[in-house]
Design a protein around this ligand. Structure first.
Ligand code: GDP
Length: 444
């Protein structure tokens, strides 16, 4: 995950402050030095770093340290606020047209993830707004790009407009707009050509597309892996096209993260989404405050909660909570829960979003055993409906039958049932407000 090193180092710099009753100027200078190095090493633009450190020092030294406050925490708060500001303060969404369609033009260098992101954005709009987008294939130099877009369109059941023999991209876009008008599409997303670096013919072509399409959004797709260079590219595109926002892709990779931190400060343009994987579902809204908390190791609880909410019905959760309280949580609920959690994504990634977990050294080697989960499911699926509803009737002969049905040894079936009952009892106690029940738990 991006930012891992940066988080570790900033947290270390701040940790030295947290135990202190009073913080001296020397303490702040020392922490600032370490943070400065960490940011530079993460490939954050040096000017941005300079401004950042200046502000931290000003704020930290200028503040009267209130006795009621832990001074270390006060500094962390300042760093958190400044990091958030550096990335843009508040989340910014798409510009919406007053009349349909809202037009989005995607631009960026080749290989940054433009075409993939067109698909991700279409999916995102389908999910969040029940949108009916039309995609326009404007990258005519790479036949593979058109096929790629068509395939994405098929997967999402979204129309893709292309003209195989037309060499003028502006004309294709014009025809695509007419097609969208006919079909009453509410969004148009235009994929455009990219090059390995910015060149004049490309810029001229993009300017012509802009003239024809009059887009509400020009989104620049930037690959976070390219680090520092990404900000130069962003500046180049912005000067010619006046982009409205940035999508930062490949944040799931092992990047140093500096691009994410500097792009807003250098271009003044907001990051609107981040791409965090190759799948069409891997697009997320960008929240500067959450990203800052993530870097400072406070986890990304809000993103996790939002992700859960997207797939999870609050009423369902309430029902489960009631059942836990009444100690009637059964194996059907258990399987539901397991599936809900699995829907969120790979468990090791979810764990990293939990505060305090992100940099837990034990997590480095964590691999959640998805196979084990599959076994547990197999055991539950081998139970009859009556057994699932009332685990207390699971006598030895029933357990033997379940073991045979699921292909798992009887001891494993026994262990699973025992653990389930223990967990159920504990949940019931906790939901009734008896937190003492937690004290026997490992890690509590
Ligand atoms: P384009 O040339 O800009 O249209 O780039 P593509 O959409 O063809 O993407 C180039 C490569 O980057 C493909 O292999 C994508 O799967 C990959 N890619 C795109 N976005 C992401 C992302 O957010 N994370 C990762 N890991 N890979 C991505």
């Amino acid at each position: 995950m991006a930012f891992e090193n940066l988080s570790e180092r900033i947290q270390k710099a701040l940790k030295n402050l947290t135990g202190k009753g009073k913080i001296s100027e020397e303490d702040i200078n020392k922490a600032s030095r370490e943070i400065r190095l960490a940011l530079l090493e993460a490939d954050v633009n040096f000017k941005v770093v300079k401004d950042f450190i200046k502000k931290i020092k000003q704020e930290a030294l200028g503040k009267e340290v209130q006795e009621s406050l832990n001074p270390g925490q006060q500094v962390i708060k300042i760093v958190n606020e400044e990091l958030t500001k550096m990335m843009g303060e508040t989340a910014v969404g798409l510009n919406k047209s007053k009349h349909i369609p809202t037009i989005i033009m995607m631009v960026g260098l080749q290989g940054t993830g433009k075409t993939t992101t067109v698909g991700k954005l279409a999916y995102h709009l389908q999910q969040t707004e029940k949108a009916r987008p039309l995609l326009i294939a404007g990258d005519i130099y790479r036949p593979a790009a058109i096929d790629q877009l068509k395939q994405i369109g098929q997967q999402l059941d979204v129309p893709v407009f292309n003209e195989a023999d037309e060499k003028d991209v502006a004309k294709i876009v014009e025809d695509g707009l007419a097609e969208a008008d006919k079909n009453k599409n509410d969004y148009i997303i235009i994929d455009t050509a990219g090059r390995l670096e910015i060149d004049e013919p490309l810029m001229e072509e993009l300017e012509r597309v802009k003239e024809v399409a009059l887009p509400d959004n020009i989104l620049l797709v930037v690959d976070a892996m390219t680090g520092q260079a990404a900000t130069d590219v962003a500046k180049g595109f912005d000067e010619r096209l006046d982009v409205t926002g940035v999508i930062l892709t490949k944040l799931d990779g092992d990047t140093r993260g500096g691009a994410a931190l500097s792009i807003r400060a250098v271009t003044g343009k907001p990051i609107i989404y981040t791409g965090q994987g190759e799948k069409l579902t891997d697009l997320q809204d960008f929240h500067p405050d959450r990203m800052a908390s993530r870097i400072l190791g406070m986890g990304d609880m809000l993103t996790l909660i939002e992700k859960a909410q997207q797939d999870y019905d609050a009423k369902e959760a309430e029902k489960v909570a009631e059942k836990m309280k009444a100690n009637t949580f059964d194996f059907n609920d258990f399987i539901d829960q397991l599936e809900q959690v699995q829907k969120l994504g790979p468990l090791d990634q979810i764990m990293k979003m939990i505060p305090g977990m992100a940099n837990n050294p034990q997590l480095k080697n964590l691999s959640v055993d998805e196979k084990q989960i599959a076994h547990t499911k197999a055991i539950v699926y081998s139970m009859t409906e009556a057994e699932r509803e009332d685990p207390d009737i699971l006598n030895p002969s029933r357990r033997r039958r379940i073991a045979a049905g699921s292909g798992r040894p009887v001891v494993e079936v026994n262990r699973m049932i025992k653990q389930f009952k223990q967990a159920r009892d504990m949940m019931s106690k906790i939901t009734k407000g008896n937190t003492k029940a937690l004290q026997g738990m490992p890690g509590m």
